[in-house]
Design a protein around this ligand. Structure first.
Ligand SMILES: NC(=O)c1ccc[n+]([C@@H]2O[C@H](COP(=O)([O-])OP(=O)(O)OC[C@H]3O[C@@H](n4cnc5c(N)ncnc54)[C@H](O)[C@@H]3O)[C@@H](O)[C@H]2O)c1
Length: 249
């Protein structure tokens, strides 16, 4: 029996990287998946095809998670097509680097608005129908940088620490009403986001990582499947860390 048979999932930022991996893994486990991304439909074509190869329905919705009207339209399209969303994965995220003293205020706003406000907006727009049914899962893709900080990433670390705080606070609000909220805080995972790092950073990080290599998307997706499925029914407000030992809490 597949772990997510008959479930409807919505994954933000699902056109690429970790989000695309989670969307495909959910489809493999039997879920229909809404692929919500700011990237155009052509960029999402590969993940849509992967979902359909697993015999599940895919719906691409062009979405900017930081924009209230766009998120409202996303939720409406998802509900119109599938009738409900059982699993929300707040994965859309961006990453830039600069020392705080030089950080353009627009950079701070863009990163926080995407990573934190975007997760709030998507949750705000979809949690009502979960609470009405007394059934739902929300998985927030944070980062280990939200747990331990990092040089030149104050905005990113703050957004991800905020997302972990949101996860805990919301988990306390809604667990007894059937909605379980948890976070995943990956370490360095090979995706286009990691490609933006300098050679020097990559070499230093590789030397430092207990496991001696970067992670793959396929090493993150099982944690998302766990938290989305009945196997994860006793996880509440937790932050799970597929991180190669980079952070040990
Ligand atoms: N790759 C890593 O090492 C790593 C580590 C820890 C956490 N993360 C987190 O994992 C998540 C996914 O990252 P990734 O590595 O797969 O990156 P990625 O760049 O491959 O994918 C991010 C996706 O989000 C989409 N996106 C960006 N802004 C958006 C917006 N405003 N609205 C809708 N979609 C938007 C992009 O179009 C893209 O498809 C992010 O939240 C990131 O912070 C990544």
């Amino acid at each position: 029996m597949s772990k997510l048979e008959g479930r409807v999932a919505l994954v933000t930022g699902a056109a690429s990287g970790i989000g695309a991996g989670i969307a495909a893994a959910f489809a493999r486990e039997g879920a229909d998946v809404v692929v919500a991304d700011k990237a155009p439909a052509e960029a999402a074509a590969r993940v849509v095809a992967a979902i359909e190869r697993h015999g599940r329905a895919a719906l691409y919705v062009h979405t900017d998670v930081s924009d209230e009207a766009s998120v409202r339209a996303m939720a409406e399209q998802a509900i119109a097509r599938f009738g409900r969303v059982d699993i929300l994965v707040n994965n859309a995220g961006i990453f830039t680097e600069s020392l705080l003293e030089d950080m353009p205020i627009e950079d701070w706003d863009r990163v926080v608005n995407t990573n934190l406000r975007g997760s709030f907006l998507c949750t705000r727009m979809l949690i009502g129908q979960m609470l009405e049914r007394g059934d739902g899962r929300i998985i927030n893709i944070a980062s280990q940088l939200g747990q331990v900080g990092g040089d030149s990433v104050a905005h990113y670390s703050a957004s991800k620490a905020g997302l972990i705080g949101l996860t805990k606070a919301l988990a306390r609000e809604v667990s007894r009403r059937g909605v379980l909220v948890n976070a995943i805080a990956p370490g360095p995972i090979q995706t286009p986001l990691l490609d933006s790092e300098t050679e020097e950073w990559r070499n230093n990080k590789l030397a430092d990582l207990p496991i001696g290599r970067f992670g793959t998307v396929d090493e993150v997706t099982p944690t998302a499947v766990l938290l989305a499925s009945s196997d994860g029914s006793y996880y509440v407000g937790q932050t799970l860390g597929p991180n190669g030992g980079d952070v040990m809490l």
